[in-house]
Design a protein around this ligand. Sequence first.
Ligand code: G3P
Ligand code: MG
Length: 225
Amino acid sequence: MQIIGHRGASGHAPENTLASFQKALDFKVDMVELDVRLCKTGELVLMHDKDVERTTNGHGEVSDLTLAELKKLDSGEGQKIPTLIEVIDLVNRQVPIIIELKGEGTARPAVQTIHRYVKESGYSNSDFIVSSFRHNELATVRRLDPNINVATLWWNLPIDVNKLDPMIIDARLSILTSEIVKEAQAAGRRVHAFVGNEMSEIKEAKSLGVDAIHTDYPDRAQKIL
Ligand code: G3P
Ligand code: MG
């Protein structure tokens, strides 16, 4: 079972910050996952929530704030909100990056960003996976470039393992069963589970036979594997 650093190694550093991704790399994760939204000036920035209240000292919605305004905010431990580009440059092809599209309208700029790295910087499609609960955004990704790896996210049952013909089914751990995992894998898909932070959850993911687990604590998962 592979380990995905969820929002970096967000049990050890402020989530979705450069420090968090550096920690994840230091833990030698197999992949990292991050959440993107569009800010007012059109850049993709890392932010899980619609607004900045929970994770910074600022106020307001990401879509109402410019990159310059977002960059003034404190994410804790001296960290700032990074752009997607800053994280791609930090990770520097060491592991694949799962780009979770949180906000509406994020598909096109995410595809443009991937294209830029593939065409200009020697990256390949295997360096990126685009995931989302917003399956309409993933459909846009598919339409713009069918070769980009896609993961459909599932919070509730039923899971349609074949919707959008994804490379990966990425589901909430508590809704997964070994039957679903086997069905997806028999259809040639990978199965990822989110989020396993407790040892019991990581063990459960392993016993279900998933291909990878998202965790805020890669070090815990490594103790089990
Ligand atoms: O990509 C899996 C996981 O990150 C989805 O949930 O809320 O942590 O973005 P969330
Ligand atoms: Mg996420």
